[in-house]
Design a protein around this ligand. Structure first.
Ligand SMILES: *Cc1c(COP(=O)(O)O)cnc(C)c1O
Length: 424
């Protein structure tokens, strides 16, 4: 459930008509619902209420500091994959002790930064990284809590670009090698083993791969404890999927996911960490766009929007589906037409949908892309010298611009012409 509903014939974000946001901020723009973000966070929190746990929001899904502040104040920890995300979480007031640092290629500079600022744990992904972190932590006179991300070789049955738990993926260390790696860590200075980490992919619509992975983590917990390691925490990653098309079957809900966790690892006496991103932010955001032209093509009509692949890349990158709805509620029973819905960017890949049935639309009409809150704004670029898309957060009757659209002068002033090219 989200808080984007038609009211008096106009699609609203909570109590704010999207027409008002379009008038004030212009389009394209991302609009988030605070109530939806909090609702989704709370669903996970409640799903793990049977034991000690921390829901660490995966910052990469939607990383605006206003969103991080909202979730952090509600009690969420954060899962970050770069110094930039760590700095965002800290700027939003999240203490270092609530932040987990994940990622396959952490640099020495990034390690130094988060160690100096405080961190809940670092999830290690390779032996080279383990040796580097040991040296850095030891030099800084610290002992850093670590887990090892194990690759359980489980098929997450999701899009190949977001599956991370098969042995051919770059992530984690093979689970069969885990005991050897933990033994090496125990012998290194600066590192303190606190648990095990696993994350098998994103947009999972079936609980079975989670079950398989967590069963392997349970076995490994017993083996590592027998080897003398202290396994107090299990970081079980993110990945629960969302319904991108209203017409599809709904994927499992957090409560069912929490039950799988309880079944597989609930008796181990560990604190449970999870790292959901998409399910918290995805349906909490829409992309609001305007129709520039309706162009009649041969055998098909094109709806040319002012949003493009640089603003929302998921359709171009993953062939992803987003429901696209008119902001003014169509009269019931009105005939639909099939449109190819495209942006203005000079690539054929700049196509959001092909042959999509929509009520007839005209230039100037507003549309909303549903389920665009996760992996939307964070993946936006300025390709075609289009200004970086702004973001708005709604809470009840309030709305605020949480990232303004840059002016063209701001965009251009970030660049410089070398003196040897002349200054005219
Ligand atoms: C991307 C990622 C997540 C979040 O995944 P979602 O599918 O958005 O829930 C969690 N943990 C790690 C390590 C990730 O890379």
């Amino acid at each position: 459930m989200d808080h984007f509903l038609y009211r008096d014939g106009i699609l609203h974000a909570e109590d704010v008509p999207l027409t008002e946001i379009a008038r004030r901020v212009g389009t394209p723009v991302y609009v988030y619902s605070a109530a939806t973000l909090l609702r989704h966070y709370n669903l996970f929190d409640e799903a793990l209420a049977w034991g000690p746990h921390l829901v660490c929001y995966a910052v990469k899904a939607a990383s605006n500091i206003a969103i991080l502040k909202l979730l952090g104040d509600a009690g969420a920890g954060m899962d970050v994959v770069s110094e930039g995300e760590y700095r965002r979480a800290r700027a939003a007031g999240v203490p270092g002790e609530q932040i987990v640092f994940s990622g396959v290629g952490k640099t020495e500079a990034e390690m130094r930064h988060v160690l100096a600022g405080g961190v809940r744990q670092i999830n290690l992904e390779s032996e080279a990284e383990m040796r580097l972190l040991s040296r850095v932590a030891d030099e800084m006179g610290l002992e850093v809590p670590v887990t090892v991300r194990v690759n359980p070789d489980v098929d997450a049955k999701t899009h190949e670009k977001i599956a991370t738990g098969k042995s051919e993926n770059k992530f984690g260390i093979p689970i069969a090698k885990a005991r050897q790696v933990y033994a090496e860590i125990a012998a290194l200075p600066g590192l303190r083993v606190v648990g095990i980490d696993v994350h098998i992919g994103s947009q999972l619509t079936d609980l079975d791969p989670f079950r398989q992975a967590y069963a392997k983590v349970a076995d490994l917990t017993h083996a590592l404890r027998a080897d003398g390691h202290s396994i107090e925490r299990l970081d079980l990653g993110g990945g629960l999927g969302i319904p991108y098309a209203r017409s599809n079957l709904a994927p499992p809900v957090p409560l069912e996911y929490g039950q799988v966790i309880r079944d597989e690892v609930g008796d181990l006496g560990c604190e449970i960490e999870i790292e959901p991103g998409r399910l918290i932010a995805g349906n909490a955001g829409i992309l609001l766009a305007s129709t520039i032209f309706v162009k009649e093509g041969e055998g098909r009509d094109f709806l040319i929007l002012d949003a493009a692949m640089n603003d929302l890349i998921r359709p171009a990158m993953y062939g992803a589906h987003h429901d696209i709805v008119p902001v003014v509620e169509p009269a019931p029973g009105i005939d639909t037409r099939a449109y190819d819905i495209v942006g203005p960017v000079c690539e054929s890949g700049d196509t959001f949908a092909k042959g999509r049935d929509m009520v007839p639309l005209s230039a100037g009409d507003l549309v909303a892309f549903r389920s665009a809150g996760a992996y939307g704004a964070v993946m936006a670029s300025e390709y075609n010298a289009r200004p970086l898309i702004p973001e708005v957060l709604v809470q009840g009757e309030d709305h605020a611009i949480i990232r303004p659209r840059p002016s063209y002068d701001e965009m251009i002033s970030r660049e410089a012409i070398p003196h040897w090219l002349g200054d005219d």
